[in-house]
Write a protein that binds this ligand. Structure first.
Ligand code: HEC
Length: 335
């Protein structure tokens, strides 16, 4: 619930005292300012249905295959939106600025994380973005809307307040144990080098480090500025940077790395050899790199790997097959 300041208005015609919420008063004078709280079902849901749902709904069958929601995120039910994605919560009631569901639609449209993905659906209009922001900041109430109850875990209370911890969230929790909370001061050198550092969650000591937004492609030297915080890094994005194999000296000191994106860099086999100790690595993007079959040898012991992207690298079909044999559970994307 939001609390709204009340004004007391005394009308001359009837000496009755009425209390009118400040926003109602405001809306009498400023067109476009509405006093009513945003209705999820009437105002937000139609936008999600038109622009997000296609990729973020309950699993369904298509051409004999099960199509799962992207990033494990369903937006077709209140409980599912509260549960979030495989990476954790996407909505922080009252805080649009900390809600990935809002952040993703307000990124620069060229950003690879922008939602909906470029050319897949119409981006949100300014008015829709504003509504979403208001809805979240007002407390993100779903009103009476529940959505699709299929797949809702039995241990989830009806109010949706008891959110189950996903497997990945448990991993992050375990990795954070015993690690002290890094202070923002400790990553000033990274920010100065063009890197963007963020905590994975408000209370997590784990960090995500991203060099994609540097004004010029980040060099090895700039990337290695992250060494002082290496132990806390769980996500590292060096895609489209000027990283060479030397930059991967950083990950040798990052045993908590879960996601690593090296796509569109000149990283090759010598760099990949430096990943051999990353026992927690689950996502590895080597799209458009110089990695060959020889480099894949270094990945065979990384039993946590769940997804490897090798499209437009120098590997061959037989190299991919051998890797798939060593990592039967991993999804290897080659073509
Ligand atoms: C054409 C398919 C598609 C559409 C449409 C789409 N998404 Fe996504 N979404 C994805 C994919 C693929 C990912 C995972 C890759 C990534 O993290 O960027 C994703 C990831 C996300 C994530 C991050 C989940 C996490 O924590 O990793 C959020 C939040 C999200 N989408 C919200 C939205 C919203 C809101 C809309 C509508 C405005 C939308 N998506 C429309 C495909 C889609």
């Amino acid at each position: 619930m939001i609390s709204v300041a009340k004004f007391t208005v005394i009308s001359e015609a009837s000496p009755m005292t009425k209390t009118i919420p400040a926003l109602t008063l405001l809306s009498m004078f400023i067109p476009g300012v509405s006093s009513a709280a945003v209705s999820f079902e009437k105002e937000i849901l139609p936008v999600i249905e038109a622009k997000c749902m296609e990729c973020h709904k309950a699993p369904y069958e298509k051409d004999g295959k099960t199509v799962k929601p992207k990033a494990g995120l369903r937006l077709d039910a209140a409980w599912a939106i509260l549960v979030g994605s495989e990476d954790g919560a996407v909505l922080v009631a009252g805080k649009s600025g900390e809600s990935p569901i809002y952040e993703r639609v307000t990124l620069p449209p060229d950003d690879q994380d922008f939602m909906p993905p470029k050319d897949k659906a119409e981006p949100l209009t300014t008015a829709e973005v504003d509504l979403l922001k208001r809805w979240i900041d007002e407390g993100a109430s779903f009103g009476g809307w529940q959505g699709n109850l299929t797949g809702k875990p039995a241990d989830l209370s009806n109010s949706g307040t008891k959110v189950p911890v996903s497997k990945l969230q448990e991993v992050y929790k375990r990795l954070g144990e015993g690690l002290s909370m890094p202070e923002e001061k400790s990553w000033e050198s990274v920010t100065a080098s063009g890197g963007r550092v963020a905590r994975l969650a408000e209370t997590s000591p784990l960090l995500s480090v991203d060099f994609r937004l540097a004004a010029e492609p980040a060099t090895d030297e700039q990337i290695l500025a992250a060494k002082p915080i290496a132990a806390s890094i769980a996500h590292l994005d060096l895609s489209r940077s000027a990283a060479t194999d030397a930059a991967l000296a950083l990950v040798e000191e990052s045993p908590r790395l879960v996601r690593l994106d090296l796509s569109s860099t000149s990283v090759g086999d010598a760099g990949i050899a430096r990943l051999a100790g990353l026992k927690e690595l689950r996502y590895l993007n080597l799209h458009d790199t110089q990695v060959t079959d020889a480099g894949l040898q270094s990945l065979k012991g990384l039993s946590s790997l769940e997804a490897v992207y090798l499209w437009q690298s120098k590997v061959t079909e037989s190299g991919v097959k051998a890797l798939q044999k060593a990592l039967p559970e991993a999804k290897i994307n080659f073509k």
